[in-house]
Design a protein around this ligand. Structure first.
Ligand code: GLY
Length: 395
């Protein structure tokens, strides 16, 4: 009887049935084997051209695509190596993570994009968190200074892109929420609250202008930088201007959850809960919890999935579940997503040039990276697994 009560207590505490359990040890072993394949592939890749290629991004049309450090995805591979080190404590991963992190350093002075949080946060940020290295700390601060230069107090937001100036004047994309984490970190490291103030302003203005009544997010909002007003709301990577591009909803959910962690402002928590409701109660979310690439593509169900969106959403839900009264539900949904990814979307051992997951969609309207492995799907998948492993029921 006492034994039964203990089991019941464990089930109630964890909030999951046995069926949702994930064998993290096994999944990480498999991921490590894949990443070892990738390390060989990356080492053998033809990077002899004039342009310095530093990180893998995707495997498309039979080619491993490597990118320069200035590509928005350059930090994810070092980040994956840091997560493997975090889980295994194996010095092999520490050494590789350090090597690939260093390659991203030139971007600390890049003021031509908002993507510094992805590039520097995932590489140097994780490296600093796990090693406390002072040289990494300096890079993080310099990168935050560079990112801050893209903030305009008239609009109250950071400008995302400098390209395609024929289409927009001061574009801000929902993805930009992810880069605020670097600014919060910089305030912690320096005691200088200007980074924090920029992050909060960006989050507030984005909350006002980027969302529809159902809490789905536009992809791009274009501002008039002279007077700060909104000129246009549109998409770049989604199905249409009024559709809900799946990964964008993931960036929004993750971004506001992180902003709540950093500020404890309840408005961000409510925003994250509302975004979660849009995603999780959506009639177009498949039973296996891996979204189609856009929630509003009229050709659903005959359209590609986006595994990267599921990876971002599951990681965000684990964090949100620790803050929200709906936490048990979020945890259950995140477990289902992670289980689906681990069982149905995982690459066959040794295949896909070492990418861990398959079936992501990068930029469907441009006809590129459709139903392929993407490095950021692998990054957020490992992050979600670590969050699953260390998950503690909120007090
Ligand atoms: N941040 C670019 C993307 O999500 O595709």
């Amino acid at each position: 009887m006492k034994y039964c009560l203990i089991i019941l207590h464990i089930v109630l505490l964890t909030g999951v049935s046995q069926a949702q359990n994930i064998n993290v040890e096994k999944v990480f072993r498999r991921a490590g084997a894949q990443v070892s394949v990738m390390l060989d592939e990356v080492t053998n890749a033809d990077t002899a051209g004039k342009v310095k290629l530093v990180s893998p991004r995707t495997y498309e049309n039979g080619q491993l695509k490597m990118v320069q450090s200035r590509d928005w995805t350059s930090g994810f591979f070092p980040g994956i190596l840091w997560y493997l080190y975090e889980y295994t404590k194996d010095d092999k991963w520490l050494s590789e993570a350090g090597k690939f992190t260093t390659k991203i350093e030139p971007e600390k002075t890049n003021t031509r994009t908002h993507d510094l949080g992805f590039m520097i946060g995932c590489s140097f940020g994780n490296g600093y968190r796990l090693t406390g290295r002072k040289d990494y700390e300096k890079v993080l601060i310099e990168a935050a200074q560079s990112l801050s230069k893209r903030f305009n107090p008239v609009t109250g937001v950071i400008k995302s892109w400098d390209h395609n100036s024929d289409k927009w004047q001061y574009p801000v994309i929902i993805d930009n929420m992810m880069n605020l984490e670097l600014l919060f970190e910089a305030t912690r490291l320096t005691g200088d609250s200007s980074f924090y103030k920029i992050a909060v302003s960006h989050a507030n203005v984005t909350m006002k202008n980027h969302f529809r009544a159902d809490y789905s997010s536009y992809h791009v909002v274009d501002y008039d930088p002279a007077i700060g007003s909104v000129k246009k709301k549109m998409t770049h990577q989604g199905y249409s201007d009024e559709s809900a591009w799946a990964r964008g909803q993931g960036w929004a959910l993750y971004g506001y959850t992180m902003c709540y962690r950093e500020t404890k402002n309840k408005a961000y928590l409510r925003q994250a809960e509302n975004i979660a409701a849009f995603i999780l109660k959506n009639k177009n979310l498949p039973r296996d919890m891996v979204p189609y690439w856009d929630f509003n593509d009229p050709a659903i169900p005959n359209v590609p999935r986006d595994v990267s969106a599921a990876a971002v959403i599951s990681s965000a839900l684990y964090e949100l579940s620790a803050y929200s009264v709906n936490g048990a539900d979020y945890k259950k949904m995140a477990d289902q997503m992670l289980k689906s990814l681990s069982e149905r979307y995982i690459s066959k051992p040794g295949s896909n040039k070492g990418f861990i997951l398959d079936h992501s969609t990068g930029h469907k309207p441009a006809g590129s990276e459709i139903d392929v492995p993407l490095i950021y799907a692998d990054y957020y998948y490992l992050e979600a697994l670590l969050r699953y492993k260390t998950y503690r029921q909120p007090k």
